[in-house]
Design a protein around this ligand. Sequence first.
Ligand SMILES: [Zn+2]
Length: 321
Amino acid sequence: MAKRSLKSLEAADRQGGFAALEHPYDSWLWNTEELEEVQSRPGFMISTWSFCCFGAPKPRWASLLHNSPRVHQALHRPKCNCNPSMEVCDDPERKAAESRETDEYPWRFCLAYAEAIMADLKSLMIPPLGTAQFDLPHLLYNQIMGSARGMQSEDLVYKLVIEVEQMVRHMELGDERNHLINLARHLKLKGTDHQLLGPKELANGREMLIPYPAFRWRWEVQIAQAWPSERSVRVLEVILLLAELNRRARSLRNNGQLYINIVNSELCLWAINKGRSSSLRVNRVLQKLITLTMATGIKPIMAWTLSKWSRFESGSLEPSA
Ligand SMILES: [Zn+2]
């Protein structure tokens, strides 16, 4: 019976919940292997107290195996307050006799226990109900996990969070120039391939793009117009890149310049980087793009971001910085 309880403790802990098992202080349970196994899990602890310290008429010692620092703080009283000379380790026989009595839980004990659990649960919930404060890595993890194809693996998302967090920490207001210089320093030039953020290679050999934290920038609309005809999204996306290149090519001042082009379509990024696509229609646009690049020396450096991180997603406009 107790062993089954221990199993369910482990299960509750694994799901991120509060898990606790109370037994008399002198119970054989505290010396079993199964208990030691649960206790060795990170976050588990044993709190010990006598009910007299919570208003019971006489001492009765109990212990609780659990995973909440708040409960430990509220209940752990290894030295009796009512009778300071009485410590948990003296006179085991007397305490054993006392702990076998089954008295009601004193009201003050119930209150202290319940308040500690409630504070714990609140700390797991976000405001306004709870008090949870997510740090940057946790927020990024929640944003990236499941946000794009292939972003379902925990290991992969952890790796991406580390990269993105480093970038976000260096994207301070007023320090934009340094951020761009830093990015340029890491620019990967491989033949005609210009990559702003080298993709992460996974154990299975697949390459995964690091999403650029585009949400840190303030975006303004430079060009916007209705599509002249209905075409596949892939073609339209590349036409959009051509339109931006055209806009820049109109001024001689821009000749020979590199600029960062952030897109939320991986296909689009690979097509531009490789200069070719399996789609004939995309290829036709790419040819124009490459010709213009060769003539003017203006070249887009591609970066990829999550759809939810690109401000103009709803207007189907790709921002370019
Ligand atoms: Zn006491």
